[in-house]
Ligand binder design. Sequence first.
Ligand code: KG4
Ligand code: ZN
Length: 339
Amino acid sequence: MASSSELKLFDRPILAIESSCDETSAAVIYGRSVLSNIVASQIEMHQKWGGVVPEAAARAHVEAVLPVIEEAIIRSGIGRDELGAIAVTNRPGLVGALSVGLTAAKAMAFSLKIPLLGVHHLEGHLLSTLALETPPPFPHTCLIVSGGHTEMIDVQALGEYRIVGATRDDAAGEAFDKGARLLGLGYPGGLAIQTAAQSGNAKRYPLPKGLSGDTIDFSFSGLKTAVLRLTEKEGDAISVPDAAASLQETVVSVLTERAMRAMDRLDSKALTLVGGVAANLALRSRLQAACDLRGYSFFTPPLSLCTDNAAMIGLAASYQLANGKRDGWDLDVYPNADI
Ligand code: KG4
Ligand code: ZN
């Protein structure tokens, strides 16, 4: 097992930029230290439409990107001339949104005459655990749960990833977001469901768990349909806290069951939980308890590094830059890309 002290990371501060969806973020990273991590959220704007509108997201990034970068540099206490590289999310994500971050990153790298590196958004989530005081050992198993992805990954080493399980339809975050919309809890749904669930009875409305049998894949689309049927059947009599608690319990128990099965299959002793849905407190404590019971170690980043942020992009860039990886001025954006 490799320990964190053996990690070879870039030896100069990195400015990282993330704009793949609805958060404009910039951060300064030095080694495994997050010196600043600024996030400008577009949530209020997208709430009007009940979801992310790509064109509006790109325009909001245009407005926010330079002030957010400026703030990240000031808060880091690092001078512009001390920066050693610019890292930017260039895949996957909304093309217009990604383009804004990439253009800003190119301009910064060009004017400061320092290297530029494009980073995969999911590798950013996956390596967000590097910021922990005690980061996970390698190999480990990683459960990525976000608004667009639900994947179980066998992480052999930095840069060596194998997807061993994935959703066949909706992501875990979508289950929360769509469920929340149906229950009138608004957008984004994850935190709203968690808050409503606090006073709810999770046993009140039994909901389907999707795939059965010996699998480490997921299916959450039936859950959304079941919540729709529930709202139609119950009408005004529905208890929103009970429905939210039932939905959360279903997602948490499926994710926990599959994670433990994957650990078993991979003979893995360390689990990481990352991505926006990793901010869910019920999920964090259930996985911690399941790992404790089996003697596995469990790692999940602080909440600020779960939902989209640039610090994780800088962390993922650091080992690649240390290994000499660089991108050219022709670096492009990609809406879809494998990790
Ligand atoms: O990683 P992320 O910020 O963006 C993507 O890469 O998709 O994840 C966003 C997702 C949304 O679906 C949101 O509802 C969910 O993370 N989320 C949560 C919580 N906070 C955010 N889901 C459950 N509980 C939360 N507390
Ligand atoms: Zn994300």
